[in-house]
Design a protein around this ligand. Sequence first.
Ligand SMILES: [Zn+2]
Ligand SMILES: [Zn+2]
Length: 337
Amino acid sequence: MTETPKTDAAKIRSVGPGVLEIFLPLPSKPSIINVFLVDCGDGRWALVDTGVALDASRQAFAAAIASQGIEAASIEWLLGTHHHPDHFGASESFREQGGRFVHLHPLEVERMQYSFEAAADDMIRHGRRHGMPIPPEVEGSPKPAEIWAGTFRPTTRIDHPLEDGEVLELGRRRLQVIWTPGHTPGHCCFLDLESRILFVGDHLLPKITPHVGVFATGPQNPLGDFLASQEKVAALDVSLVCPAHGAVYSGHRHRARQIIAHHEYRLREASNVIHARPTTAFDAAREIFPWVFEDAEARMQRGAALMETLAHLELLRARGAARAEERDGVVYYRSAA
Ligand SMILES: [Zn+2]
Ligand SMILES: [Zn+2]
């Protein structure tokens, strides 16, 4: 009697008509990314996101598709929701294995080059400008490209730059591109026009909210973009949400409302902090996310907490509820009321 291998079978499952979900390991939290294989007819497949370029991920992917009798070379199209290493890191492997058409939004291409090559020094300047004490020794610390080395092997050639609203005809599938800037400037969701399944990347996760931050360069009000993108997706007719982290679910409107409410709550917190006195984004972050600053283990999240706070302060400013002023090269926010 032969036994069916349990481990691999558990890493791929059907979630809708011709849609397979594959769970791939990540080296840090969240510890799993879900990528999706979409049957486009005639033995051709499209892949939504890739996982990272680590052996463990590649092997898990190979085992998962082999268990369904799918050959790597039959996966013709890659749809990248955004450029982050867990989503686009193995896009070069996709090509090496016979994948032909890579789709990504043009703003992601730009961001990818910037994030991994130039961002480190900018981040130090940016942090100081917003009140973060950064010891001089940090200046020589590893660049993002070095930290992510090994997990990130992006393809440099994008065959199809995505456009908001366009319908991609992939074999017998028709997938509409829904541009959802916020988490990153060129983040896109994909709506299967027949099944109304929506692939959301990091935009509309069931349990966590994605990081939305103001970087040294790039959009000044990404949280405004993100909340508008939540409204945009909430207006769609959707049967099932396929997120990159967490379980598939239905009830996208309810979840979008929760995410909007979460940020409105944080906006009120930020507004209270700057009401008392002019405050740097760093000092506001310490009040809004105290656990990140009290716990030494959470050290690495301090930069993210700062940029997320900055996103809230900048949205308050865009709404006319806050003002920013610069003193000795440091930016202070104060309530406009
Ligand atoms: Zn992401
Ligand atoms: Zn992600």
